[in-house]
Design a protein around this ligand. Structure first.
Ligand SMILES: Cc1ncc(COP(=O)(O)O)c(C=O)c1O
Length: 354
């Protein structure tokens, strides 16, 4: 009998998908940078208004209501917006659109690991350029090998810093490649590279509803780019990629900017609290403009993450990343959750050694 392994696509032999899932409900999940301050009020509103009896119908093929809402929010035309099933789908679509097998994909390192995954799926050659020790970006190093697709995360996950906009402008000015500028965390930083992206040849500004907007479970994200670029992305997008319920909620969520602002302000004060408590426990805490902190553990990082998981708290182990030995990433949450973390963390780091 043919084994399933024999049927496997050979070009995927080496492929492993990064896994983030830790959905145990009894755990404190400080590992995936979701919005732990709550669910967007749009969810309750749409629950009351939505015509569930029409769920027999397909949604709009290109999520027209949401696309128009996003376009009006940013003063763009709907042709300059593409909606996806989470921004992950936008990253997937971008790699499919621009990478031929053997083309070079370039990203800084460390950064969000899914860029490399989607590039690998499309059989790109991968070039990861180390960030400088201060986590700054070297655009020239990324462009020196003439990549076909570049992905950069602004602000960067997991290092939590904003890159110099001038460096990202250099990437966008390069005519020979498409450039993903992933602004998943921009709601927390008040930063935006949208106008630079829209004025570039092949820039793609990627956003998500999973972070500041608080609907990660519904899966919605989007790309903004020049119409010619969006047309390319649309060629490979699956029709009906976003379900009609999600579409209605995401569109309404954009009306709840005040709620997002309130979350951001609470998050900032909890972030300061956590940073100072971690420093007291011997962690080196890096500056962050995001809803997470990167820090260097005073004890072995992977052991610490495993021990905390056994105690019901999930944080992200950054040890596998270059430059980040014994580093961990912790999502900012309301005080009650941070205090559970701190209470369980204390005994694990006091008197510990690497
Ligand atoms: C930088 C970055 N981009 C994209 C995503 C994917 O977000 P989603 O697929 O939920 O929109 C994440 C999720 O953690 C992320 O950190």
């Amino acid at each position: 009998m043919t084994s399933i392994g024999d049927l496997r696509r050979r070009t995927y032999e080496e492929l492993t998908r990064p896994s983030y899932s830790l959905s145990r409900r009894d755990m404190v999940l400080l590992n995936d940078n979701a919005n732990l301050f709550g669910v967007n009020p749009a969810v309750q509103e749409i629950l009351e208004e939505f015509d569930f009896s029409r769920l027999w119908a397909y949604p709009s093929e290109s999520s027209d209501v949401l696309r128009h809402r996003i376009a009006s929010e940013y003063g763009l035309s709907p042709e300059e917006v593409l909606v996806g099933n989470g921004s992950d789908e936008i990253l997937d679509i971008s790699a499919k659109s621009f990478i031929n097998p053997g083309d070079l994909f370039s990203s800084p390192s460390p950064t969000f690991s899914m860029y490399k995954f989607y590039a690998n799926l499309n059989m790109a050659r991968i070039s990861e350029k180390l960030l400088r020790p201060d986590f700054s970006l070297d655009a020239q190093a990324m462009l020196s090998e003439s990549p076909k697709l570049v992905a950069v995360c602004q602000p960067n996950n997991p290092t939590a810093n904003l890159f110099d906009q001038g460096e990202i402008r250099k990437l966008l000015a390069w005519k020979g490649c498409a450039v993903i500028v992933d602004e998943a965390y921009s709601d927390f930083c008040g930063s935006s590279m949208l106008s630079e992206v829209m004025n570039s040849n092949a820039g793609i500004d990627v956003r998500t509803f999973s972070k500041g907007y608080g609907i990660a479970g519904l899966r919605a994200g989007y790309a903004m780019a020049r119409k010619e670029v969006i047309d390319e992305l649309r060629r490979v997008r699956t029709p009906f990629g976003v379900n009609s319920f999600t579409e209605a909620i995401a569109a309404r969520a954009m009306d709840h900017k005040a709620w997002v602002d309130e979350v951001v302000s609470k998050m900032r004060s909890e972030r300061s609290y956590l940073a100072s408590r971690l420093e007291t426990l011997g962690f080196k805490v890096y500056p962050s403009c995001c809803n997470f902190l990167l820090c260097k553990s005073p004890v072995d990082g992977p052991n610490l993450v495993a021990a905390l998981r056994d105690k019901g708290v999930a944080i992200r182990d950054c040890n596998p990343y270059p430059l980040l030995e014994n580093h961990v990433r912790i999502t900012i949450a309301p005080r009650s959750m941070l205090d559970i973390l701190l209470e369980r963390l204390g005994p694990l780091v006091s008197g510990g050694s690497k």
